[in-house]
Design a protein. Structure first.
Length: 206
């Protein structure tokens, strides 16, 4: 850790360095950048972060981020509410929306089953998904989880749990390499994977 002549500056660097993917050197450059900018710009950034943290909500239906109790996607009557795309996190919704190839709605699990990380089914929004399916009677459930061991395990668990429900289960086509995360996949590949989705079965999860 570098020695700084200002404790105030050092505190700012330390806080910035806590952000994912940002080390001390990058944090120091960001802090210097903000310090040299017009105070109004720095204040606007700080206020936007405080407002986001204090006022943002999670949609009571799908758990996407929202400014109100129900997100703009769930509130949109032009979306196909008979098709629910199950994703791991909010970033996946953002990635899929960028493709402009999907017009249904979503359900955010809040992660994927990973015993090694202490994440079991009870840690995810699976019960809410079951209640939602029983309430809304959708025609199709898409498993759009990352093609990783944990993602496949989660898809298989959901399929076995929900398999008796009269609904079509599908999964995104394997245009995405095994081990990749959806949020880092390019728009074209992800869009084609959504469009060319296939019926889910134990074989497609392998």
């Amino acid at each position: 850790m570098a020695n700084y002549s200002s404790k105030v500056f050092e505190t700012a660097v330390n806080e910035l360095a806590k952000l994912p993917g940002i080390g001390e050197k990058t944090a120091m450059r960001l802090a210097l950048h903000l310090m040299r900018k017009d105070p109004l710009q720095a204040n606007a950034l700080g206020n936007s972060i405080i407002t986001m943290r204090n006022e943002i909500k999670f949609c009571k239906i799908c758990y996407n981020i929202s400014d109100s109790d129900t997100c703009s996607i769930c509130n949109n009557p032009k979306r196909d509410h008979q098709t629910i795309c199950v994703v791991e996190d909010v970033q996946d919704i953002m990635a899929i929306e960028k493709t402009n190839k999907y017009y249904g709605v979503y359900h955010v699990l809040g992660g994927k089953i990973s015993p090694i990380d202490g994440i079991g089914p009870e840690s995810l929004t699976i019960n809410s998904l079951i209640e939602r399916i029983n309430r809304e009677n959708p025609e199709e459930i898409i498993f759009a989880l990352s093609p990783t061991l944990e993602g496949d395990t989660t898809s298989m668990y959901l399929f076995r749990l929900l398999g008796e429900i009269n609904v079509r289960f599908s999964t995104i086509a394997r245009g995405i390499a095994f081990g990749d995360e959806l949020e880092y996949t390019d728009d074209v590949t992800l869009g084609k994977s959504i469009e060319n989705r296939v019926e889910f079965s134990p074989e497609t999860a392998k």
